[in-house]
Design a protein around this ligand. Sequence first.
Ligand code: ADP
Ligand code: ZN
Ligand code: ZN
Length: 720
Amino acid sequence: MVAIRVSLPVPLRRGFDYEYERPLAPGVRVRVPWGRRVLTGFVIEVPADPVPGVARRAILEVIDDEPLLSAAQLQLLYFAADYYHHPLGEVLFAALPAGLKRGRGVAAPQVYVLTPEGQAAADTRFARAKRQAALWQAIKAAGVMTEAALKALGPGFGPAMRALLAQGLVERRDPERESPRALSPSAVTLRPDQQAACKAVAEAYGRFAAFLVFGVTGSGKTEVYLELLAQVLAAGGQALVLVPEIGLTPQIVARLSARLGTFIGVLHSGCTATERARVWSAAAAGHIRVVVGTRSAVFVPLKHPALIIVDEEHDASFKQQEGFRYHARDLAVWRAKQLGIPIVLGSATPSLESYRHACQGRYRLLTLPDRGPHSALPAVRLIDLGREPLRAGLSVSLIEALRGCLSRGEQALLFLNRRGYAPVLFCPECRWHAPCDRCDARLTVHLGRQRLRCHHCGREQPVPQACPQCGHLRLLHVGEGTERIEEALRRILPGARIARVDRDTTASRLSFETLLQKVHGREIDVLIGTQMLAKGHDFPHVTLVGVIAADQGLHGSDFRADEQLFAQIVQVAGRAGRAAKPGEVLIQTYHPAHPLWEPLTRLDYGAFAEMALKDRRDTLFPPYAYCALLRAEARDPESATRFLEAARELAKGPPDVALGCVLPAVLARRAGYHRAQLLATSLNRAALQGWLKVWLPRLAKTPLASRVRWSLDVDPYSLF
Ligand code: ADP
Ligand code: ZN
Ligand code: ZN
């Protein structure tokens, strides 16, 4: 009998030893007894040092003949577990699609092609069957589509596909016997800057190199990706394309399918467990050549990996915010290095981390300065709210601009950034903002407890009844809601066709798509919305964008607030004037003199980055310093804080690592839990990692560790 070390999906930071008649390869799944349950686990190794003196239980069943996870993939997951200090068993299982966790086998994905009758069908045939029409068109454009890609087009797949199959217009095939359709030639001729970007990446095939494609929205980044993907496919390779959650639209899937004419595996949060497992297995077998997916797709196995692309690389959704808190972009870079292949990061507003790498020459910067001859960038103008009274959140200038826009028969978009968990207290009379007297920072309103708090030093005070500077009695929490704006607009612009887009109004993807179609069909004049609107959608007739409450971003108490505000405004500005019409962006602010506006009104990312990087250097935040945030929460008010204080004691005097104070979280109470946090910072990543390795096991042994819920967030995206 041989000892086999197995990793199990349990929150313990170690593997468990079992017995089997022969050695098993790492990456093979097994079923083992765990207490009185049976769990599926992964073989990690045949340990040279089995835990002595314990009776090992026997492995009940070996599921795989061949390891499900390749050596390279195991290595990636080991690295991730190590770097994010998360239990390996949970990492392995977080990376795996649910369908494989339960230990079932997986079939290849179903693909659909048109029959000759389907090819010949006229689109009038589907006049009264919208879903069927959509599926038929998608397959027609792409030649072949996987089930997951078709389902990504919207709900109602099942009945519509059954109808198409019954009419003999579509047939289902096994992709392993399907040879991919030839690549379609590009519909556009790449501009010289796009060609140069493609050439630079192409020279790096077969070795690791990181590229940052920096170009405003509409500058043609996606065309560059398409060209690179076509090259990779032509050479028989596979590619992984990571996109933000909000960026995985039917449009992008259709665009990829139309150009690449190959099996595209689509992975997103809406996929069923079976679909995920199928894409996963088909990619591992090399049948699916391009995988497009959100965050967790970074773990997809590839048989012939040749290229990784991360679109909108700055997007927050690449960072998992709970459980196994990995950053998909960062792991993608690690993976590209491990595999020896190039990686392309793309953005109009790169993360400061990536931009700094590019400035230092660690990533190669590929700039697409142009937006093509037919669409200039919009003009950006500030509206000084100190001089203009607001009417239900809207200034006179904005209302006038809206009227003008509507009278010309054009469309307007009003954008409200709602990342407003941290409202600030503000006097509309004298423009006083509740400041912290010990820091250069503003206090945040904590509504629940009616207190003002500084998130930098922890100082707290009651909410004043009147403005301490001028005595004005109606102090405001800066922050507006989409609903209120909509209501007001209906009064101000009677007759205008107004629609609101946010998570409440467009819970389903279909209603969102329907709304977008209405905008395209010019059935809507004014669209009010949140971040959902900011990405990936072209609105050719929108010529006016109003940013209603941008100041929230100026005073956010988080270190990434400015970066996010800049990115959001560049994104929404990108919505305006994409066709031949010039666009205008109006930003309402009480602080026209804030330094952020200068680069923003010029949409000058370089100038912004220079300013923001200096700020990060002065305040010791990424990319100049490396952070790890220890969060704790408990039902009673004190335990979380006491646990963190104890953690701080344990860590006394670590070399090279600075510990902050134990502070309540911005949302100090959530779902009945009192929450607090402790930030560790170091100028040296290795020093921070080394110290965490010593600190965490000691921490886990403190008495309170089992009584509070706690977690470590390495490279936290934000301090919320
Ligand atoms: P991004 O991904 O940077 O937002 P896209 O690649 O989507 O930009 O390009 C925006 C629009 O411009 C698309 O409709 C695209 O087809 C078009 N386009 C991009 N590059 C070219 C080109 N070289 N010639 C003509 N049209 C182009
Ligand atoms: Zn005042
Ligand atoms: Zn302070």
